[in-house]
Design a protein around this ligand. Sequence first.
Ligand code: SAH
Length: 385
Amino acid sequence: MEKLKCSVSKKCGGCAYLNLSYEEQLKKKEDYVRHMLGGGVKVHPVIGMEDPWHYRNKVSAAFQRRRDGKIVSGIYEEGTHHVIPVTSCLIEDQKADEIINTIRNLIPSFRIRVYDEDRGSGLLRHVLVRVGKTSGQILVILVCASPVFPSKNNFVRVLREKHPEITSVVLNINDRKTSMVLGNRNITLYGKGFIEDTLCGKVFRISPSSFYQVNPVQTEKLYGKAVELAKLTGKETVFDAYSGIGTIGIIASDRAKSVTSVELNPSAVRDAASNARRNGIEKITFYKADAGDFLERMAAEGSRCDVLFMDPPRTGSTEKFMRAAVSVHPSRIVYISCEPETLGRDLKFFRKLGYRAREAWPVDMFPWTKSVETVTVLRVADQRN
Ligand code: SAH
């Protein structure tokens, strides 16, 4: 694959596989998944991406003022709080990078003070851009230490003049000493305050702090595989745990009797409920709770479910959740994971509880980085597909 390599890749550390061909990196990821899942699970070849560049629909840039007064934006050097300037990136959406460059260039004329981490003074900390790859909608989030943004209306007007494709601008307030990018408060300066995007034929609303997969092209393949593995016929009761903005449950609902979804982040749950309405789906219910607590209560009440989807964060699931999962007696558990190490650990625990995965399908959601997503299906150990 002929492509100009990246000048900051060593300091950034994100694209560890940039020195390999795309085929070589897929093989490496496949081997890694096989190693982490251990014998007994057949690992299929990684489902790759046709054009594995500029796939990221969410781009975040940290801002810093250098000693000489120059303002830079980019990424933190691995393990430090030193910002490496980035003006374009091989895996980020190009329009998002252009918008961030424009904002950096506007800073001096608007006399915006860039936040100083050591002193805890200044205003602008980060800029986050979310792009709806199918809808074309673009949300710009200005992460600031205070809600007082100088001539904000004028700033938004100039920014929109330069980038008419921007559909919303939000001021996010983060006044804490933290490495988390976003704070809790959002003030919409322009537009709806969120973007919408279409995935597997359904429309989703995505708010500033809700989780949404960063590579929608590959997400369609991932969810397509997950729903296929669930073997739904329209009669099943489905449980969707760690449901985010409701994507998997909403996509699976066409072929289910009913869906119950649970998610911890309140803004994601609000998005999920709105997404169900937007797509005219009534047979899905969303709960804001810890997935383990919720499922334990369901199990204690004697509830059952036919198919359970689970899509936990990198840290994987908990023993409490897995114990409760098997006690609602699903005939299939479809486990989607972005971390093979915790997936391997959890599959071992499920095995002790009598559920077993025989095959796994890795999906390349994050080309050039070391990360790999995997989907697998578990059934009671003595049953075959
Ligand atoms: N299935 C969704 C989201 C997956 S990301 C999608 O594909 O888009 C994992 C989600 O788990 C995040 O939305 C996160 O907020 C949520 N989460 C993390 N810990 C949780 C917990 N203990 N209980 C419920 N949800 C949790």
